[in-house]
Design a protein around this ligand. Sequence first.
Ligand code: SF4
Length: 440
Amino acid sequence: MKESVLQEIKQFDIRGKKLLIPKMHPFGAPLLAACLSAFSVDAIVMDTYLGLSHGKKYTSSKECFPCQVTLGDVIYFLNKEKNRLRNKFNPKEYVYFMPESDGPCRFGMYNKLHRIILDSISEYKGIYISYLSTENSYDTKQILPPEDASRFRKLAYVATIIADALDRICFRVRPYEKEKGSTDKLIQKGLWELIKLIEQKGKSLPFSELFDLISLIAKQAAQLIDRKIPRKPQIGIVGEIYLRSHPESNQNIIKKIESYGGEVTNATLGEWINFVTYEEIRKLKRKIKKDIREKKIKSALFNYKQLFTAGLKESYQKMRQKQVYKAVLKHLDIHVDHEISHLEKKLDNKSIYSFEVGTEACLSISGALSYIEENFHGIVNVYPFSCMPSTITSAILKPILKKKHIPYIDTPFDGTIQPNREMSLKTFMYQASLRKQKFN
Ligand code: SF4
C-alpha cells in the first residue's frame, strides 16, 4: 500500500478547514453538517450523484457502487471549487470526510482507494482525508477538542434520530396525502427549521426544543392525511445503508413503491449506530473473557472500564431515541425502530445467522423477520450490485420467506437502468396487495 495512504488519512482537529461531507441521506447529511457548524466546523454537504461519471472513470467497476458515487461527489465538488477559485484554489484547505468500518467487508477501504485516486490527480494531491470509525463506535475525540467531543457526539446522535423520524413521517403521510407534494414541502421546511435551531443553539444541546420542533412537524404532517384512504400494503426495506438511504443511487425506489400503491418503512440510520455500539459491547465482553482466561488482570480491568462507558453510551442512545419517537408518536403512528437486542433474538439463537459474523446482514435478516412478525406484506432488499452482506441476506432470506409465502424482491443497483426493474417491482407490489387482501 502506498505510504500516503497510511499517512494522509488521519484523525485530527478539523476546525479551520472546509469539511466535505458526502450527502448519503437527504436529511441526515445536512443535519450532521449543522451539528458540526454548531461546534465551529465549516462543514459543506457536497452535491451528490452529479459526478458519477468521474467516479466511474477512476475505478474499474469491481468496487462497491457507493465507493464510486462518493468518489464522483468529491471530484465533482473539487472541480467546481477549482473553477471558481482558479489560482487561489488550495487543496490543503479542505478535509474530505469519509467514515470507515473495521471489516469484514470493503467499507474500510473506500477512503484508502479515494486517497490513491485523489493523489493521482495533480491538483488534488495532498487533500486531507479524515474519518470516524466503527472500530471505536464513531468516537469523535480525535477530530474535535476534548471539551467538545462528547457533547458533539450526543448532538449528532439526536440529529441522526431526528433524520430517521423525518423519514418515517414522510413514509407514513406521503401515500395518503390530500394534496400531492404537500408532505415533502412540509418536511423540507421542517428540516430547515431544525438546521437553523441546531446551528444557532446546538452547542448547548437544546434537546427539548428539538423534540418540540419534531413533534410540531409530526402534528402538521398528520393534518395532511386524507383519512378516507384505506391503509396500503406495508413494505419493509432492508439492505445496505448507503443504497437504502440515497434516493439518487436507488433510483428513488421508495417513491416508486409508493406510486405502485405501497407504504414503505425503511431501516434507519440510528439502527446502524445502535448496532455499532451493541457490537462494541460484545467485543469488550469477549476481550474480558479472554483476559480472565489468560489471567491478564490489568487488561481485564481496563476493558471493564471501557465496557462500563460503552454501556452508558448504549443507555444514553436508547433514552434519546425513545424521546424523539415519543415526540412524534403523540401525533402520528409512525413505525418505531427495532431494538438491536430484539433483532438478535429474531435470529433464533444463531440458527438463522449469527451476530458473530457481523456486517449489515445481521440487521437485514433480522429486520426482515421482524417486519414479518409485525404483519408487513412484502420485503425489499436494496443494495449495491455485488455487495457481500446483502448477497448473504438474499441467500438466507429468500428460502425462509418463500416458505412463509411472503413477497420478496432483491434490488441491486450499480447506476445502470435495469430494463425489467419496473415490471418486477409492479409484480412484487401486486403480490403484496394480494397478501394484504388475504390477511387483513
Ligand atoms: S456493505 Fe456492501 S457495499 Fe458496503 S462496503 Fe460492504 S460489500 Fe461494499
